[in-house]
Design a protein around this ligand. Structure first.
Ligand SMILES: [Fe+2]
Length: 251
């Protein structure tokens, strides 16, 4: 398997700045993977995943979601449309995941099961505002189905997260994924409103590096956009950080 390289300019920049972009939360805790996997299997069997709402310039067709908490409680609504965020019927099949979601003592925004099929990729992109440093929203991942051939890079960091662990990633930095395995990768992805409870999950050192991340984040984003436009000049508008597309096509 060919490994991801580390030579993209934004990777070099973020590495040189010395910032950390991922942080394991609840380090003393691993959730019950068998229970999580059984519930995901149930949910997927009963709800056909919706196509991801982001531009198709960013993936090759194997990227889909099922909403557990979404705008107005529609399990197939993947877009960040704002309040009201409500639990969907899919969460009724997942009481263990619901208890985990509820244990984060803050308002939830989108909470989704996100699937990347085998041999599929999500290309370099960044998610505007998805950073603890925004003071608004943080994105928490709990891997449920994963495999050792999944490759993930969050700028310069090679991300290796195990099933049942709880992780934060600063997805406002450029990131990419490739599932080189033979089975789907499925994560529970919880977007939470940042409050004192959420901040308490982070180490003081990680939070204290906020200013360094802020200094380097925008240059990294611009480098990644410039690179994508240079590679695909006819599709330049797709690579600008934009509002979600209006058609979360159901599949
Ligand atoms: Fe992303």
């Amino acid at each position: 398997m060919e490994s991801f390289s580390h030579m993209y300019p934004w990777q070099i920049l973020s590495r040189m700045s010395g910032v950390n972009l991922t942080h394991r939360l609840h380090k003393d805790r691993t959730f019950d993977v068998a229970k999580l996997q059984a519930e995901v299997t149930q949910v997927i069997a009963n709800f056909n995943p919706a196509g991801h709402s982001s531009s198709d310039a960013y993936h090759d067709g194997g990227w889909s979601t099922i909403g557990l908490v979404t705008h107005k409680g529609d399990p197939f609504e993947d877009r960040p449309l704002g309040s009201p965020y409500e639990k969907t019927p899919a969460i009724e099949l997942a009481p263990y995941m619901e208890s985990i979601i509820d244990s984060f003592e803050t308002d939830k925004k989108r909470v989704r099961l996100m699937e990347l099929q085998p041999q599929k990729s999500i290309f370099w992109h960044y998610d505007k505002g998805e950073t603890i440093d925004s003071g608004k929203t943080a994105r928490i991942h709990i891997p449920i189905f994963t495999n050792e051939k999944v490759q993930v890079q969050l700028s310069h960091e090679d991300v290796v997260w195990k099933a049942g662990e709880v992780w934060y990633g600063d997805f406002a930095f450029p990131h990419r994924l490739y599932n080189a395995g033979t089975a789907s990768r499925v994560h529970l992805v919880i977007d939470v409103a940042i409050n004192d409870f959420v901040l308490s999950l982070f180490s003081p050192d990680f939070l204290a590096a906020k200013d360094r991340r802020i200094r380097v984040r925008r240059p990294c984003q611009r480098l990644a956009v410039a690179y994508q436009i240079a590679r695909n000049p006819s599709q330049w508008s797709k690579f600008l950080p934009a509002a979600p597309t209006p058609s979360a096509a159901r599949q």
